[in-house]
Design a protein around this ligand. Structure first.
Ligand SMILES: *[C@@H]1O[C@H](CO)[C@@H](O)[C@H](O)[C@H]1NC(C)=O
Ligand SMILES: *[C@@H]1O[C@H](CO)[C@@H](O)[C@H](O)[C@H]1NC(C)=O
Ligand SMILES: *[C@@H]1O[C@H](CO)[C@@H](O)[C@H](O)[C@H]1NC(C)=O
Ligand SMILES: *[C@@H]1O[C@H](CO)[C@@H](O)[C@H](O)[C@H]1NC(C)=O
Ligand SMILES: *[C@@H]1O[C@H](CO)[C@@H](O)[C@H](O)[C@H]1NC(C)=O
Ligand SMILES: *[C@@H]1O[C@H](CO)[C@@H](O)[C@H](O)[C@H]1NC(C)=O
Ligand SMILES: *[C@@H]1O[C@H](CO)[C@@H](O)[C@H](O)[C@H]1NC(C)=O
Ligand SMILES: *[C@@H]1O[C@H](CO)[C@@H](O)[C@H](O)[C@H]1NC(C)=O
Ligand SMILES: *[C@@H]1O[C@H](CO)[C@@H](O)[C@H](O)[C@H]1NC(C)=O
Length: 610
């Protein structure tokens, strides 16, 4: 296999380089080139007396002055593009109230009664909503500790924050929105059990959220738009929800007015409920862990239509588009993978060829980088390659290289849809950069019965990845610090990973999510203890330091990094995994900055080329 050969050789390069990154026999040499009148390594300190007085002042920082912009446009406005999505009807449906009198317009396929029927089918337990809240801006003191390195982020490096609709918006049944996968996983489909449908009420508090980010100097804001807010009936030919369009119109304009670039993800696990309607049964082995409905016969065309509606409306102001978030996790079978890469490619071609957008289109991948348990053992290296290729090359080979699916995928998911030369030529080069959410690494070795036997056996507990995964190395040490989620959170191997991605798929890499849920933070009794989140600060500073080394020492083009997440949020079942750089009071909705937010923006601001 040509693609496999490329992966193996790039792995060999990375594995070799890795030994240079971290000397095994003592203190790590500091990369610093800072010096005062020669080197601190040889200078003698000059001791002296001065009159003592208490000089401390309580640090009060004011919000960074916000410069509106950018005024750049990336595509013509909707008025000039509307012919690309002909005959869009718009309407409004308002909020769903389970106690309201039944609507009487049952003859209208898109009327109030039809809309309410979708909510009744979702059958949400204990449905409740709350109102609007205000927040107070409270600024903590800055951090004194910063590493003394010398590298800078290039001028065009995009540092921002990310979030996703279902984890922050709430207002799930308001202003015409219909249910999505993220609500129905609460009613017995086996993936979590949210306590309520409120999350962070960002649908109502978005202006406060954006202002609080702007005040911290954040310039890039990555968020997702739920399909079910734009097209409540999901399919092509159904009316567009005027209230939903107006909401994101206002959100985008407000972010720009506050000096931020809005980056949009079209689907972040929130497939509309329609794709779970009968008659629909999933077939074949599960690829990731969930069922995103991507293999539904109507999914591909409907998603492309939805993408066109959103792009034609907002492409003038939105420079970066992600089609799918972490598609592998909700690819239910081989047909789902086919639908993902083909609908992604269709939207890429639409954006660049029909809209003639000057921005960028990409896709966000998940993969907790698999590293061989023993890099000197060929079978461990093969297992690590298998693990990473299954998750990444399955999508990235066709999209970035115009190459077929990897063997790792084809041997595991035999119902995959073969790609012919025409498909591959159409798919080739349909992403402008590679988006990756590298939360942690995992140490990999082959299963005792071999990879092939496992890949052929749906009942094997290691299926579909078919490797052993460890959180420690053969030394017995864990690879990182215990977190509330993902077991270990670590920048360990991040630099190797960035090398792997860049050298394998040969496109700029954007770290589309990175973040750290501090172990047991949710249990901290006092808010003041949650706010002083030093382990998260350390994580961010180490992670970005490794990113700088990849840029300057390895020549890897890392084009941006987006902190996950800008506030604690609903992590698909509960609020215990605090990924946020702000707290959210679940009663009052008040947001507070954690210390790590300051340390993070200060680290980046001090190191960004002017
Ligand atoms: C560095 O050299 C300058 C000029 O000779 C001198 O004024 C300054 O005190 C020196 N700084 C240190 C830390 O030695
Ligand atoms: C609904 O509320 C009841 C009573 O508070 C509780 O026992 C039940 O677990 C809740 N159901 C769900 C799905 O949250
Ligand atoms: C879906 O699958 C279930 C269980 O396998 C079966 O009972 C049902 O008839 C199927 N529905 C359709 C529409 O095929
Ligand atoms: C994919 O496109 C690139 C850039 O145009 C080209 O160099 C490469 O040969 C193509 N790949 C295949 C497999 O045709
Ligand atoms: C390739 O496959 C597509 C379906 O994905 C089909 O429409 C097309 O006709 C095929 N082309 C060739 C040359 O076989
Ligand atoms: C598949 O895996 C299951 C669970 O480990 C095992 O019981 C079964 O024997 C395996 N089947 C084959 C054909 O190896
Ligand atoms: C790695 O961790 C596992 C689980 O805690 C443990 O069983 C194993 O012995 C550890 N490996 C080493 C080399 O210490
Ligand atoms: C929380 O704060 C209160 C009041 O300052 C204090 O009495 C209590 O011990 C604190 N709890 C913890 C776990 O530190
Ligand atoms: C949330 O706010 C309420 C009301 O002000 C307060 O009583 C509660 O202690 C706060 N919760 C946390 C975790 O700070």
């Amino acid at each position: 296999m040509r693609s496999a050969a490329i992966l193996v050789s790039s792995w060999a390069t990375a594995a070799l380089a890795q030994q240079v990154y971290a000397p095994a026999d003592g203190p790590v040499v500091r990369p610093t080139k800072c010096s005062v009148n020669g080197s601190y390594a040889t200078a003698t300190p000059i001791y002296s007396f001065t009159p003592f007085s208490f000089t401390q002042t309580e640090t009060m920082r004011t919000a960074t002055s916000v410069i509106p912009g950018p005024t750049t446009t990336y595509a013509p406005p909707y008025e000039s593009l509307s012919h690309l999505v002909p005959d869009l009807a718009t309407t409004t449906w308002g909020n769903w109230d389970p106690n309201a009198a039944a609507a009487t317009d049952s003859a209208d396929p898109y009327g109030q009664a039809a809309w309410s029927a979708i909510w009744e089918r979702a059958n949400l337990a204990n449905f409740t909503e709350r109102g609007m809240y205000s927040t107070t801006l409270v600024l903590p003191p800055p951090s004194y500790f910063q590493p003394q390195d010398s590298y800078y982020f290039p001028k065009d490096f995009e540092f921002g924050v990310a979030g996703s609709a279902s984890q922050i918006e709430g207002a799930i049944a308001d202003e015409g929105r219909t249910p999505t996968l993220m609500e129905i996983i609460t009613i017995g489909r086996g993936e979590g059990d949210p306590k309520d449908y409120i999350t962070n009420e960002n649908y109502y508090l978005y202006k406060q959220d954006i202002e609080r980010l702007a005040a911290m100097g954040v310039k890039y804001y990555s968020f997702s738009i739920p399909w079910a807010r734009i097209l409540p009936f999901a399919l092509e030919g159904s009316p567009v929800n005027k209230q939903g369009l107006d909401h994101y119109e206002d959100l985008i304009d407000f972010a720009i007015a506050k000096g931020m670039e809005p980056h949009v993800t079209l689907i972040h696990f929130d497939t509309p409920l329609q794709f779970y309607a009968d008659p629909y049964n999933r077939t074949g082995p599960t690829v990731g862990r969930g069922d995103g409905g991507y293999s539904h016969p109507e999914f591909q065309d409907s998603f492309v239509h939805y993408g066109k509606v959103v792009m034609t409306h907002f492409a003038d102001r939105v420079p970066v588009w992600y089609t799918f978030n972490e598609p592998l996790l909700y690819c239910e079978n081989g047909k789902a993978v086919d639908a993902v890469i083909k609908s992604h490619a269709r939207l890429y071609h639409f954006y660049h060829e029909e809209i003639q957008g000057a921005g960028r289109v990409s896709i966000k991948f998940n993969d907790n980088f698999g590293v061989p348990q023993d890099p000197a053992k060929a079978e461990d290296v093969e297992a690590a390659n298998h693990f990473n290729e299954f998750q990444l090359a399955t999508f990235a080979n066709p999209i970035f290289l115009g190459q077929d699916y990897p063997e790792a995928f084809k041997m595991t998911i035999p119902d995959y849809v073969p790609l012919n030369e025409t498909d591959l030529a159409y798919l080739n080069g349909t992403a402008d950069f590679l988006g990756i959410d590298p939360y942690t690494a995992t140490v990999v070795s082959p299963p005792s019965g071999g990879i092939a036997a496992c890949a052929a056996n749906l009942s094997d507990p290691l299926f579909p990845y078919c490797v052993n995964q460890y959180t420690n190395t053969t030394t017995g040490w864990n690879i990182g610090y215990r977190s509330e989620s993902y077991v270990y959170m670590t920048p360990t191997y991040l630099r190797t990973y960035l090398n792997y991605l860049w050298n394998t798929w040969r496109h700029p890499v954007v770290i589309t999510e990175f973040g750290f849920p501090v172990f047991h933070e949710a249990e901290a009794e006092n808010l003041s203890d949650q706010l002083f989140d030093q382990p998260r600060s350390d994580y961010y500073v180490q992670f970005l330091s490794e990113t700088l080394k990849a840029i300057w020492e390895d020549g890897v083009h890392v084009a941006g990094a987006f902190a996950w997440s800008f506030a604690d949020n609903w992590e698909f079942g509960d609020y215990d995994q605090h990924f946020g750089i702000q707290t959210v009071n679940r009663t009052t909705m008040e947001r507070r900055y954690k210390k790590s937010f300051f340390d993070l923006v200060d680290f980046v601001a001090a190191r960004t080329q002017k």
